[in-house]
Design a binder for this molecule. Structure first.
Ligand code: SF4
Ligand code: SF4
Length: 411
């Protein structure tokens, strides 16, 4: 056990729940499975019972927390302000201590997260190996032989060219007058699978007059480790970032999942320095909307639906800025999307761990997006981009990150 009984840090958060049930309609797993133990209210009650020592065998309740997407729609719906994210993270960490998963797949996942994702150089090697498998046809062969499940294969990103995977490090001044100076958080998988988006984010900030620093010692934000119950490792990764960005006034992120994790470092590390770091983090759209664009985006004459990443709208409360920026793009037709804040089923590595449920939720999302009649879907999180792309494949609809349509003509 991490700590004793009701002294567990998440216990206090469970007490805020008054069992009103107003979060139930917002919860995708409750909507799909119709079971109270798959709802926020049910999970909070289980967490509380665990903390009070009324559940001796943690393994009995672990599956309910495994099936939670961590989408935080329940937080937005909760009138009592329950910080469900802390209940979930704390409970997962506690279960990881009391009843660690023992299967080969679980061990492999933990090893991959701790020994590859958390270590930038090894992650680069892993993507280099994946790229080689792709170029030599090994990846296709493995898929044909059924060694990689079809759904997993559809979700795995194509490996970008090597020059887009090289570490992006240095100081990048704007072409003209400097309006300010920011530091860019480049992430782990984001840098390897979506290096092009990092480079476009850098170009967008420069084009809008910002000097951009990309510091060397930054690394994975730790969100995936936290979701996996690896609390101590998540804390070490967080501390590394707090130290790496010590001199930065503003830390800009372009991945909603990372941004939500970075902004919660104050809680995770429990230090004033970490809380100060968290207060300096901004999503790229939030930052640019605050500052105002000085470079007009290139024309984008398309019908577009903006889909909110859960960790941006529910996790960081950022809803208006991406839409406000997109409305400035010449020729764009931004259409309403009534289910924009509903989870797409990506949720970190959830779509790999709970493929059936993630697939059902992803299919619902794809149906809602198709109904908008949009040609392009825009969303600011790598996991959401992969999941929505996989579920819209064959429809001709494109899925882009906001920075890709905010660049000026020369960007
Ligand atoms: S985080 Fe999402 S899936 Fe989990 S309980 Fe809350 S609404 Fe449901
Ligand atoms: S809305 Fe908030 S207080 Fe009501 S049941 Fe859900 S978590 Fe508890």
């Amino acid at each position: 056990m991490t700590e004793a009984g009701p002294e567990l840090p998440f216990y206090r958060d469970t007490l805020g729940c008054v069992h009103c049930g107003l979060c139930l309609p917002a919860c995708p797993t409750y909507q799909e499975l119709g079971d109270e133990t798959e709802s926020p209210r049910g999970r909070i009650l289980l967490s509380r019972a665990l903390a009070e020592g009324r559940i001796a065998d943690g393994a009995r309740i672990a599956s309910h927390f495994d099936r939670c997407l961590g989408c935080l729609a329940c937080e937005s719906a909760c009138p009592s302000g329950v910080r469900y994210r802390h209940v979930l993270e704390g409970t997962r960490a506690e279960l990881n201590q009391r009843a660690p998963e023992r299967g080969v797949r679980a061990r492999l996942r933990k090893l991959l997260l701790s020994q590859v994702v958390a270590r930038p150089r090894r992650l680069r090697w892993a993507f280099a190996a994946l790229g080689l498998a792709e170029r030599t046809g090994l990846r296709r062969l493995a898929q044909r032989l059924g060694l990689i499940p079809q759904l997993t294969e559809r979700l795995l990103p194509a490996v970008p060219p090597r020059q887009q995977r090289l570490p992006l490090v240095g100081a990048f001044p704007p072409p003209g007058v400097t309006r300010g100076r920011v530091a860019l958080f480049t992430g782990c998988v984001m840098e390897q699978a979506f290096g092009e988006i990092n480079r476009k984010t850098l170009a967008l900030l420069q084009a809008n007059g910002f000097h951009v620093d990309v510091v060397t010692d930054q690394g994975c934000c730790g969100a995936l480790h936290l979701h996996d119950g690896q609390l101590e490792l998540a804390r070490r990764l967080a501390q590394r970032n707090v130290d790496a960005f010590r001199g930065a006034d503003v830390i800009v992120t372009n991945s909603a999942g990372c941004g939500a994790a970075l902004r919660d470092y104050g809680h995770l590390l429990g230090s004033a320095v970490a809380a100060d770091f968290a207060g300096r983090c901004r999503d790229v759209c939030e930052f640019l909307a605050e500052q105002g664009l000085s470079a007009t985006p290139a024309p984008f004459p398309h019908r577009v639906a903006y889909d909110d990443p859960c960790h941006l709208c529910h996790g960081q409360g950022v809803r208006t800025p991406p839409r406000a920026l997109l409305r400035t793009v010449p020729g764009i037709q931004l259409v309403d999307h009534p289910s924009a804040e509903t989870c797409c089923g990506s949720a970190g590595i959830y779509n790999l761990l709970q493929p059936e449920l993630a697939s059902a939720i992803g299919a619902d999302k794809a149906g809602q997006l198709r109904a908008t009649g949009a040609e392009v879907v825009i969303t600011g999180n790598p996991g959401c981009i992969m999941q929505i792309r996989a579920h819209l494949s064959g429809t001709g609809m494109r899925v882009l990150h906001p920075v890709e349509v905010l660049l000026p003509e020369s960007g």
